[in-house]
Write a protein of this length. Structure first.
Length: 215
């Protein structure tokens, strides 16, 4: 037979587990066999039952394993939180290329709309969603990323893929997080001066070259 998982906190399951593998159960020094969220991993082979694993929640790490650079690091959030995407929103205005940056209402730390690549969404879909939520912009997003940059958050390092978006519409303040953030258009040189991430500044330069080639 195959493998069977028994998830605890069920009196019937406790009885079954004791009947099957009583002599294999670890002694935790209490009278609980299957406390809440305990996992018992059984293997059935002909007439023999083996307890392959018995895991109680308290034995698990308090943080989440995240693989980076070939190593496993333990961080405050699940691994997918550290894979993010964002948009470098742009437009032509008065014959100049402008990029849209955002900052929190009480700060002058300028950046781009970005966020977790949500489960079920592609990187570009998630980036477009963040652009609307954090900056109130709608537009045509390019499928090819300009590059990526890193930032520290949740006890780990987030990798942010950046996609260019040609803005076609600005939402009014009731449709995005305008109470939390400000948005502002910058010409390329001004944007480069207010952004403190060199990798992102480089991507603005790359965007400028790409747009000029298309013109």
């Amino acid at each position: 037979m195959g493998l069977t998982l028994i998830i605890g906190h069920n009196p019937g399951m406790e009885i079954a587990l004791v009947e099957l593998v009583a002599d294999q159960l670890p002694d935790f020094g209490d009278d609980k066999v299957l406390p809440t969220a305990t996992l018992a991993h059984l293997h059935f082979d002909d007439n023999k039952v083996s307890l392959n694993a018995f895991i109680r929640p308290k034995s698990l790490p308090k943080k989440f394993p995240v693989r980076r650079d070939g190593q496993v690091h333990y961080c405050d959030r699940p691994a997918y939180y550290y894979q993010q995407s964002g948009v470098l929103a742009y437009r032509w205005h008065n014959e100049q290329l402008q990029v849209l940056l955002i900052t929190k209402q009480d700060r002058e730390k300028w950046g781009i709309p970005k966020g977790i690549i949500e489960p079920g969404l592609s990187a570009t879909e998630s980036a477009s969603k963040e652009a609307m939520e954090e900056a109130g912009v709608i537009g045509n997003i390019h499928e090819d990323a300009l590059g990526s940059f890193q930032h520290n958050k949740w006890g780990g390092i987030c990798e942010v893929k950046v996609y260019p978006m040609r803005v076609t519409e600005l939402a009014d303040d009731t449709q995005w997080e305008s109470e939390k953030r400000r948005r502002q258009w910058f010409v390329v040189d001004s944007a480069a001066r207010v952004i403190n991430k060199p990798d992102l500044v480089d991507m603005i330069r790359v965007l400028t070259v790409c747009i000029q080639k298309q013109a």
